[in-house]
Design a protein around this ligand. Structure first.
Ligand code: 13P
Ligand code: SF4
Length: 348
């Protein structure tokens, strides 16, 4: 592995938003209003597993989807609806816009960012890539449209490993950005040699700690440990299952264990508990006080999505996601490559 010589910009982490509590009747009425507004706009909801449980339920009840980043991109691009309402973080909205330039793409809060995206500014990244002209540039989905425009491939956690393996078997040298933990994990498992890394990380997953996790595991020896690969290497090393949000949810439904220790954003518990109500889910320990992530196992940017601001968006309108034609024409290439690769994999 080559070490990158990049100084990352400081990341500003917002406090985790809080939303007014709703009674069951208020919630039902609000959902009803949102559904009517979505019909008027010919809109479909595409939500991530980390968003609020009520939003996830509404997305599914109204014919939209709740998914990981890969499926969100795929689902959005096969919809007839005129408007895609993306409940997640900005890169997910941008990917939807890049794949569907003719559609209106809205998000409840355009400030919903991601530390990986913020920590990889396009100009700095382009300069970094220029130092490795012979490398194939592979970027994680959690990047801006402008960063994707500089890439050869985009990957999500669900498909990063087979794509990097494929490229390395073709003898390609890989420049990976921006999540160094996922990159290192993929390098190890794919057998790729001498990958070059951008040194970014996710402020939420970075806070999972291996010593405390080992302690918790000793208390629950019957539990399976599920880890998202944005977590540090020492945490991944303790996992029974490492994978995308979809893979971790699948593990809860398919493994015989009664108890699971889960090292990823707590929003995922909603779907896990919905599919396997009899199973016991424990949060993997984070650094707690003094941690750099003020939210600790709850992404503050994902938390910017709620029924409240979704209703306001649909009632009052909001600024749609825009991606310039120049960036879009370049950024669509690595995204399409990934989707075509994923489709080909499903066929074999
Ligand atoms: P998934 O693609 O696994 O859903 O991950 C997205 C993400 O942002 C994890 O932090
Ligand atoms: Fe980004 Fe981490 Fe939030 Fe996922 S959990 S959106 S990687 S900051």
């Amino acid at each position: 592995m080559s070490a990158a010589t990049v100084t990352l910009p400081p990341i500003s982490i917002p406090p985790h938003p809080t939303w007014p509590a709703l009674t069951a009747a208020q919630k039902g009425a609000l959902k009803q209003r949102i559904r009517a507004l979505m019909q008027q706009r010919d809109a479909v909801l595409v939500a991530h597993y980390y968003t609020d449980g009520d939003l996830q339920e509404l997305a599914e009840e109204s014919g939209g989807c709740v998914a990981d980043s890969l499926e969100m991109a795929r689902f959005g691009s096969v919809q007839q609806a005129r408007t895609l309402v993306v409940c997640g973080v900005r890169f997910m909205g941008e990917t939807a816009k890049i794949l569907n330039p003719e559609k209106e793409v809205l998000m409840p809060d355009l400030r919903a960012s991601c530390s990986l995206d913020d920590g990889c500014p396009a100009a700095l990244f382009a300069h970094f890539c220029d130092q490795y002209p012979e490398h194939t540039v592979v970027v994680y989905a959690n990047t801006s449209a402008a960063v994707k425009a500089r890439a050869d491939w985009m990957v999500t956690s669900g498909i990063a490993l087979p794509i990097v393996k494929h490229l390395s078997e073709r003898g390609e040298k890989i420049l990976w950005a921006p999540d160094r933990h996922l990159g290192r994990y993929v390098e190890k498992l794919s057998g790729a040699q001498d990958m070059v890394f951008w040194p970014g990380s996710c402020v939420v997953h970075e806070e999972f700690k291996s010593v405390a996790l080992e302690r918790l595991r000793r208390l629950h020896p019957e539990a399976a440990v599920l880890v998202h690969p944005e977590s540090p290497e020492s945490v991944i090393a303790l996992a029974d299952v490492v994978g995308s949000t979809t893979a971790l949810i699948k593990a809860v439904t398919e493994l015989p264990n009664e108890t699971f220790i889960v090292a990823t954003d707590g929003g995922i518990f909603h779907k896990m508990q919905q599919l396997a109500p009899q199973k016991r889910l424990l949060e993997a320990p984070t650094a707690g006080e003094g941690a750099t992530c003020v939210s600790c196992a709850h992404c503050p940017w994902m938390g910017m999505n709620s029924l409240h601001n979704l209703a306001t968006l649909l009632e009052q309108g909001g600024q749609p996601i825009e991606v310039s034609a120049e960036i879009r024409e370049k950024a669509v290439i690595p995204i399409r490559r990934m989707l075509d690769f994923a489709a080909a994999q499903k066929r074999v």
